[in-house]
Design a binder for this molecule. Structure first.
Ligand code: CP
Ligand code: NVA
Length: 322
């Protein structure tokens, strides 16, 4: 498997065509939840959490089961990883017993080390740097509501708030892969790393899209097709909660900002949401919000991703054909 082994560690691990293929498979899984069963046996898939989760835990657990497999859910405090066992040693053990490894953790270097030692696909279920599974679900939600996967290139998406976090990075890279016009807006001090912006800009150019990073929230949402936001206090930043509101108030997604978008623009939020902070209740609970479809689409998008990774890594292309 080693020479064709594929992982999903960051959004640009898929090419433009591969991302579209996974998203189309995601739409197919929306129609038929038992479309493919790559883990029939059942084979086990390790789903490891070093941080809390509701959606990722439930969607991967249910998803692996629906793919015919057994989700082996491991929490940090219940494993030796939490006591400092090396990531590489953990990989050497898990790969002898599982068919894929899904991991939510802190540093991106940790999933990279896991992948380097693994003989099965490794999926990033959120790190401090990226949340690529969420972006697949978000784009699947756009495809669901706006004319399919082929309608994604050329769309304008705007992300507001903490523009230095994992979601911002993933919208930049994932949107660039899709060929979208990606705008991210946040206050000075909370803007994306220039290296990510450079990589995203080069990818966007290849795929017919563009990247705009700005401190102006109105410029970001102007005539956008979809507005996204995220918590101002990511996991691991709880000790900064008291100081992590003031800089962001101008970037709160409210009715007045949504009025600047296209009239039929959608609103998405990866959740959990904090009403009255990054988004007002009338927006997230209003008619333009598709956040519950977005949450459900975690299931379909990740089943598509796992099936696609197994197909590529094992050569079982029948899993994704037809
Ligand atoms: N959006 C998301 O990843 O949610 P959880 O933290 O609940 O998994
Ligand atoms: N930026 C958030 C995303 C939660 C799904 C965090 O990392 O906590």
């Amino acid at each position: 498997m080693a020479d064709r082994l594929r992982h999903m560690l960051r959004d640009d691990d898929l090419s433009h065509d591969e991302q579209a293929e996974v998203l189309k498979l995601g739409l197919a899984f929306r129609q038929d939840r038992y479309l493919a069963r790559p883990f029939e046996g059942p084979q086990a898939v390790a789903v490891i959490f070093d941080k809390p989760s509701t959606r990722t835990r439930s969607s991967f657990s249910v998803g692996v089961a629906e793919l015919g497999g057994y989700p082996l859910v491991i929490d940090k405090d219940g494993s030796q990883l939490g006591r400092g066992e090396p990531v590489a040693d953990t990989a050497r053990v898990l790969t002898r017993m599982t068919s894929a490894i899904v991991w939510r953790t802190f540093g991106q270097d940790r999933v990279e080390t896991m992948a380097a030692e693994s003989t099965v696909p490794v999926v990033n279920a959120l790190t401090d740097s990226f949340h690529p599974c969420q972006i697949l679900a978000d784009f699947l939600t756009l495809a669901q509501h706006r004319g399919g996967v082929d309608a994604l290139p050329g769309m304008t998406i705007a992300y507001l708030g903490d523009a230095a976090n994992n979601m911002s990075n993933s919208y930049l890279l994932g949107g660039a892969v899709a060929g979208m016009h990606v705008r991210v807006a946040g206050p000075n001090g909370f803007l994306p790393d220039p290296g990510i912006v450079e990589e995203a800009s080069a990818l966007a150019e290849q795929n017919g899209g563009s990247i705009l990073v700005t401190t102006d929230p109105v410029q970001a949402v102007d005539q956008a097709d979809c507005v996204f936001t995220d918590t101002w206090v990511s996991m691991g930043e709880e000790d900064q909660a008291a100081t992590r509101s003031k800089p962001f108030w101008d970037y709160q997604v409210n009715a007045s900002l949504m009025d600047k978008t296209k009239p039929d623009a959608l609103f998405q939020h990866c959740l959990p949401a904090y009403r009255g902070k990054e988004v007002t209740a009338d927006v997230i609970d209003g008619p333009r919000s598709v956040v519950w479809d977005e949450a459900e689409n975690r299931l379909h998008a990740q089943k598509a991703l796992l099936t696609w990774l197994v197909a590529q890594s094992t050569g079982r292309m029948d899993l994704i054909e037809g």
